[in-house]
Design a protein around this ligand. Structure first.
Ligand code: BTX
Length: 322
C-alpha cells in the first residue's frame, strides 16, 4: 500500500535512526494513534521495529524476502533466473510455470512466498508455508529428446546440494531420486515435469521446494522433515540460496549440454547417501531389498538383490535398510 511505502521510505531516509511518531503521522497524514496500527502491520510482515518513548520508532531488521529485486541484485548468471515471476501467494509455482512455459524465455523463474496447494510427485502434497521456504519452478528449453528429462532431476540435485553446502554451510546429501536430506531428514524435494512432443522437449519445468527458515513442522512431517535453520541454529537469507542454485544450475546445465552426463554423475554419486548401502526400494509393483550399486547415465538406480540379480529401478521411494 502507499502508506506502507511512505513509512518504509521515511525509515530508509533515517538510515537506522529513530523517526518520531509525530513525524510519521505527518508523513502519512494520519493521527499518532493510527501510526501504531501501521507499525503493527509492518511487524506482521516480518519487519522488526523498536519503539522508544519520546524517540519514536526505528527498524532493527527487515524481513527476508524473495521478490524480484532481492533475487536480481547479486545474481551471477547469464540466462537462468534473469526473468523472475514473483507471486506473493500462489496455489503452486509448478502450475504457474506450466501455464507460462510456452511463451516464456529459457531460464524464467516462477517463485512465491507461499503455496496454498504445493505438490510433490503423484498427488502428494508439499507443505509450503509463508516467508520461510523456497518455493520455485524454473523453465528450461533444452534441445533434447524427452527420455533425457529424468537426468535433469539429478543435475538439479547436484546443483542444489552444492548451493546448500556453499551458501548455508551445512552438509546436505542426496537421496535418490529427488530428495535432499540434512542429518537424515528431508530439506528439499525436486519435481521435474515436461511439456514435449514425441521426439523433442518443448519445456522442462523444474520445481524445487526447500525448507530454509521454518522453526517447526506439522505433526505428520515432524519425523521426516527439517529445515536448514533448525539444523544450523540460525536463519539463512533465502535470496542468497536461490542465487547460488541458479549459478550452479547454469554451470551444470552447460556442462551437461556440452560434455554430457559424466561429471554430473560422478558428483551425484559422491553426494548420495544410498550408494554402496543396503536399501529397501518400494515401487508401484512391489518392494525390493538389496545393495544400491550406483546410477546409470539415464538416472536409473542399479540395485543388486541377495541372489546377485541386478534390478533397474526407475521410480521408487527408498529407505536405508538398517
Ligand atoms: P515427493 O512426492 O517426493 O515428496 C512428497 C512427500 O514429502 C509428501 O508426501 C510428504 O510426506 C513430504 N513433504 C511434504 N511437504 C514437505 C516439506 N515441506 N518438507 C519435507 N517433506 C515434505 C517432492 O515430492 C517434490 C516436491 C516439489 C515441491 C516444489 S515447491 C515448488 C514447486 N511447486 C509445487 O507445487 N511443487 C514444486
Amino acid at each position: 500500500s502507499s502508506v506502507k511505502h511512505k513509512l518504509l521510505e521515511a525509515f530508509s531516509k533515517a538510515d537506522g535512526d529513530f523517526v518520531s511518531g509525530q513525524a510519521l503521522a505527518d508523513i502519512i497524514g494520519c493521527s499518532r494513534t493510527a501510526v501504531w496500527k501501521h507499525i503493527e502491520s509492518l511487524r506482521q510482515e516480518g519487519f522488526e521495529l523498536e519503539a522508544v518513548r519520546k524517540k519514536g520508532y526505528r527498524i532493527t531488521s527487515k524481513p527476508d524476502k524473495v521478490s524480484e529485486n532481492e533475487l536480481l541484485i547479486g545474481l551471477e548468471t547469464v540466462r537462468l533466473g534473469k526473468k523472475v515471476v514473483f507471486i506473493e501467494s500462489v496455489e503452486s509455482t509448478q502450475k504457474e510455470a506450466h501455464k507460462l512455459a510456452e511463451e516464456a524465455e529459457e531460464g524464467t523463474l516462477v517463485i512465491a512466498e507461499e503455496q496454498t496447494a504445493g505438490r510433490g510427485r503423484m498427488t502428494r502434497e508439499w507443505h509450503s508455508p509463508k516467508y520461510t521456504g523456497i518455493w520455485m519452478s524454473l523453465i528450461l528449453k533444452p534441445n533434447l529428446p524427452p527420455y533425457k528429462a529424468p537426468q535433469f532431476t539429478l543435475i538439479t540435485a547436484v546443483a542444489v546440494t552444492e548451493a546448500i553446502r556453499d551458501a548455508a554451510g551445512v552438509m546436505a546429501e542426496i537421496k535418490w531420486p529427488n530428495d535432499i536430506l540434512l542429518n537424515g531428514k528431508k530439506i528439499t524435494g525436486i519435481l521435474t515435469e515436461l511439456q514435449a512432443d514425441s521426439d523433442q522437449i518443448r519445456s522442462i519445468i523444474i520445481g524445487i521446494g526447500m525448507n530454509v527458515n521454518q522453526r517447526q513442522f506439522p505433526e505428520e512431517l515432524s519425523n521426516i522433515a527439517t529445515s536448514i535453520s533448525i539444523e544450523k541454529g540460525e536463519t539463512v537469507p533465502r535470496a542468497k540460496l536461490v542465487q547460488a542454485i541458479m549459478k550452479n544450475l547454469e554451470l551444470y546445465y552447460d556442462e551437461y549440454m556440452t560434455n554430457g552426463f559424466g561429471l554430473i554423475k560422478d558428483k551425484w554419486e559422491s553426494y548420495a547417501i544410498s550408494i554402496g548401502r543396503h536399501i529397501i526400494a518400494r515401487t508401484v509393483t512391489g518392494t525390493i531389498r538389496g545393495k544400491a550399486l550406483g546410477i546409470t547415465d539415464e538416472g536409473v538406480l542399479k540395485l543388486q538383490d541377495e541372489n546377485g540379480m541386478i534390478h533397474d529401478i526407475y521410480s521408487a521411494d527408498i529407505e536405508i535398510d538398517q
